[in-house]
Ligand binder design. Structure first.
Ligand code: NAD
Ligand code: AKB
Length: 312
């Protein structure tokens, strides 16, 4: 049986990942951790600031975990506002978590992002192995993180694995300050006001994915036969390539009088334009069987139903 410690467990991904892992491996075998306190207790939880290496090591050792899933980070838009803090958290936290994995011989997962690509990366069907010269602090952190995870595998034999996530869309916990957050906000505003004003401009395509597919990918990759993994870290994975008007069209199939307006935020638009339109997930499919279930219409139907049913 696995025993897993999750950092940043109260965030958009962690809040749902912990539930999924507890269903698969048992509540007592998944230790949620975050810098802030959880409001209600539904299983083991510890406060950990991932920049505190000693605390991370002590909690991992005390709970005798065999896996770390490292999620604590600052996302792209927020990181651009406070780049030095982003460096300290995104790189400092990662190296601390990798060191704990090395010292305690743990399996290791951390997500990279489509933000690891930059303006001179091929824009369409972006290959797994390609030019990576990002122009954001978040992107710099993600590329360095991908390399660091590879390094810990090759140099120390740590079983590091990871994906490059696209923008994730979900209804349990709001996103934490990314460029793709509009693709979550649009659904809440559609249910509340039948209208949304997008800070990302028309015809700006980015990769997206519904949270259930993102969580399945983690479990599938972590359970994959290591002899089949040629890449290990930073697998491109995507489900949907969409611009704001594609979300609007999908929403209008459920809410016909939904209206989309634009009021572009230059800072986030610049980041979005530096990222790919669509990435090629074929290495993940070939090496560990990645396949997304939700397209934009199936995701939209589920998102709108879930948000409408949630207590206000
Ligand atoms: P999030 O912002 O929703 O959550 C991050 C969590 O980390 C928060 O609960 C926060 O309290 C916690 N945290 C902040 N500083 C901390 C510290 N010093 N110590 C411990 N915890 C701290 O982020 P997320 O969307 O869940 O993203 C998780 C990971 O996935 C990140 O590495 C992110 O770059 C990556 N990712 C996310 C997306 C996405 O669309 N959500 C896409 C690509 C990659
Ligand atoms: C962000 O927009 O920063 C994230 C990501 C794609 O990494 N959602």
């Amino acid at each position: 049986m696995k025993k897993i410690l999750v950092t940043g467990a109260l965030g958009q991904i962690g809040s749902e990942l912990v539930t999924k892992l507890r269903e698969a491996y048992g509540t007592a075998n998944v230790i949620g951790t975050d810098i802030k306190q959880k409001e209600e207790s539904d299983g083991p939880f510890e406060i950990i600031d991932v920049t505190d290496a000693d605390r991370l090591f002590t909690v991992a050792k005390e709970h005798k975990v065999d896996t770390i899933m490292h999620l604590a980070a600052l996302l792209s838009a927020k990181a651009e506002e406070i780049p030095k803090k982003a460096w300290d958290l995104n790189m400092g936290g990662l190296v601390n978590a990798l060191e704990v994995a090395r010292e305690l011989n743990l399996q290791f997962f951390t997500p990279s992002s489509i933000g690891a690509f930059g303006p001179n990366t091929p824009k369409n069907n972006t290959p797994q192995d390609t030019i990576q010269r990002p122009t954001t602090m978040y992107g710099v952190n993600k590329v360095a993180g991908e390399l660091l995870c590879d390094y810990y595998y090759h140099r120390f034999g740590v079983d590091t694995r990871g994906v490059r996530y696209p923008g994730l869309i979900s209804y349990v916990t709001p996103p934490g300050g990314g460029t793709t957050d509009y693709a979550v906000e649009i659904y809440y505003e559609a249910v509340k006001n039948k209208a949304y004003t997008s800070y990302i401009g028309e015809n700006t395509y980015m990769d997206m994915m519904y949270m259930p597919d993102a969580l399945n990918a983690i479990v599938q990759l972590m359970e994959a036969d290591p002899s089949k993994l040629k890449h290990r870290n930073a697998f491109n994975i995507s489900a949907i390539s969409a611009a704001p008007e594609d979300f609007a069209k999908a929403i209008q199939k459920q809410i016909p009088d939904f209206k989309l307006n634009y009021d572009v935020d230059p800072a986030r638009q610049k980041i979005a334009e530096s990222w790919p339109n669509s990435i090629d997930s074929s290495a993940a499919t070939e090496e560990w069987g990645f396949k997304a279930k939700y397209d934009i219409d199936a995701m939209t139907k589920d998102m709108l139903e879930k948000i409408a049913a949630a207590p206000v």
